[in-house]
Design a protein around this ligand. Structure first.
Ligand code: ZN
Length: 243
């Protein structure tokens, strides 16, 4: 009985851990010896190569990045943001984060939030969350809520929440003022035409030039802007452009 068990065990194929195959005990023993020999040869070769390259360097103990102290305010203490503050140091820093509530924020917004809110926080100031909600087609209640959730999740609190649409009258008044100063005009060019005027793709395809609308007089521009306000143009039929 005992002999039978031994015989069965010996004949039973065994798993080769390297190839994942099953092989007889003898075959496995052969393979193991062959591999050991190969490893020894490779090690000897590597040792020879290292000897030719000179003495082996003193091993450097690598420091884990988790051991390094982290200064979360470092970006405000050095580099560009420190220089910006240095230009006009103020005890009353106010920044704004102005998202368009036309969709959910993406990972790139985290940078804008961290800089706008972080900069003010670092200097003891405040940040205003200003929803740029002047496009009535795209805005949705859930976007307003989600944006505020994201800001809270990043551990920031807006000092106040404002809506650009609340200032629409003021913005319209400023647009008329720009026309009166000769700095803006109403244009009817298409998107393609406008891009051509700006020098084509990336401004590198041709010279920049102004369209005929830029030559309109102030009275014409004011009349057209009022028509825009009063809804006399279809969408994308008229634009206010800066000179
Ligand atoms: Zn034009």
């Amino acid at each position: 009985m005992t002999d039978d068990v031994l015989a069965t065990t010996a004949a039973k194929p065994q798993l080769d851990g390297v190839t994942g195959e099953y092989a007889s005990k003898n075959e496995l023993k052969k393979r193991t010896l062959k591999r050991a020999k190969k490893t020894a040869t490779e090690a000897a070769r590597a040792g020879k190569a290292a000897a030719q390259d000179g003495p082996s360097p003193v091993p450097v103990k690598e420091k884990s990045t988790t051991d390094l102290p982290v200064d979360r305010d470092a970006i405000f203490k050095q580099g560009f943001l420190a220089e910006v503050y240095g230009l006009r140091p103020s005890a009353d820093v106010v920044t704004r984060f102005p998202p368009e509530p036309n969709g959910f924020l993406h990972i790139g917004h985290a940078k804008a939030i961290a800089i706008n809110f972080g900069f003010a926080k670092h200097h003891g100031g405040k940040t205003i969350l200003r929803f740029d909600d002047t496009n009535p087609d795209a805005k949705k209640e859930e976007y307003f809520d989600s944006i505020q959730d994201n800001i809270r999740w990043l551990n920031f609190r807006p000092h106040a929440i404002t809506y650009t649409s609340d200032n629409f009258g003021k913005l319209y008044g400023l647009a008329e003022k720009l026309i009166e100063l000769g700095r803006a005009y109403v244009c009817h060019c298409s998107k393609d035409e406008t891009q051509k005027q700006r020098g084509g793709c990336d401004g590198k395809e041709g010279r920049r030039y102004r369209c005929e609308h830029a030559e309109q007089d102030i009275a014409t521009n004011i009349a057209k802007l009022r028509d825009m306000r009063d809804g006399k143009y279809a969408p994308k039929e008229a634009f206010l452009r800066m000179k």
